[in-house]
Design a protein around this ligand. Sequence first.
Ligand code: SF4
Length: 414
Amino acid sequence: APAPPPAPHHFTDPGEVEALRRNLLAWYDRCKRDLPWRALAAAEPDADRRGYAVWVSEIMLQQTQVATVIDYYNRWMQKWPTLQALAQASLEEVNELWAGLGYYSRGKRLQEAARKVVSELAGHMPRTAEDLQKLLPGVGRYTAGAIASISYGQDTGVVDGNVIRVLCRLRCIGADSSSPAVIDQLWDMANALVDRSRPGDFNQALMELGATVCVPKAPLCGECPVKQHCRARHRKLFGKPTPVPDVEDCGVGDCPLCPPAMEPWDSSLGVTNFPRKAAKKQPRVMRTATCVLEQRDCHGAPKYLIVQRPSSGLLAGLWEFPSLPLPQDLQEEKEREVLADHLQAWMGQPVAAKGLQFIGEVIHIFSHIHQTYVVYSLHLDGDVTLDPASTPSRWVTEEEFHASAVSTAMKKVL
Ligand code: SF4
């Protein structure tokens, strides 16, 4: 068994744990948001369908705001209400529905995993967090715990960004909250705290608290249902750590959960002293030349050429305007030339660099890449025959473009 977290970070008093569970659940029953996946999971008697409904929501919610997800979730569940329906969908259809939600590999992996459940597990979802994580591609520890506790009532905790924030504040954990050692301790705490009779509701309540009350910048401590258990708040109000037995063992520099000695408590930050993260890695800076090739149909309406990205890597399988990553510090004239050469390969006919009209730049921030698209446009007269043997490409109207599996960045480019 892992060693318990050192004082004052652990929950030592069973009475306090019970009170915390009771207060949190009562608040959740009163204040929880009305969300479509909650309604579906609560009303669904079939265990596999219930697990699927929660699974889809959890994958969509990763790194994405609830407000954004709701519409995507409703459309997805309408189109593919069961695992079996999703297993029969094409990747193109999945990408089309996912377009705009970001982190596109999530949709692809969800569909691959649904196919696996149907073909290898006789259509039945694994019922425990351990099996969900082991058997389903794309299902990590958090998602497995969420599905198992919410859909199947397994008394297992979950740790996501919201839970990290709440637990770090409740227990004054100021060590780097992204470090594996701290994350392990938080999992142990979440597993110890989870309410045994209502694990799914308890986990959702803890996450809901982080999303709506114990928010990153200006937490609403006055309205918090667990404020009496919160050591960060105690410290803010009384200026010193909560007096607990053995507290002198903590904070002298060797506690693995206390803030590092060189980053002491900053009273201007209050409870937002917690959690702390190591400095973020700077995103990679990239420049990509992209060309909107335009043709007019016989009625004079514009059509645009889009090409499909490779089936792995960033934005796998999505469609885009012909694009080419550029080396840093390339002169503008040189940019045009390399782009013209690249386009020539698509068109099968010479493209004059000076015919490319510079339109402007579009900046798009992916999670780890700061991408600048240098946008050019080129109007074409006459027929262009695309080579069916090369990478898939097609001409689309503006309406078809928006209905295709294209990224938000490409929509900005258009
Ligand atoms: Fe978060 Fe404030 Fe509640 Fe503590 S009292 S858990 S800091 S909202």
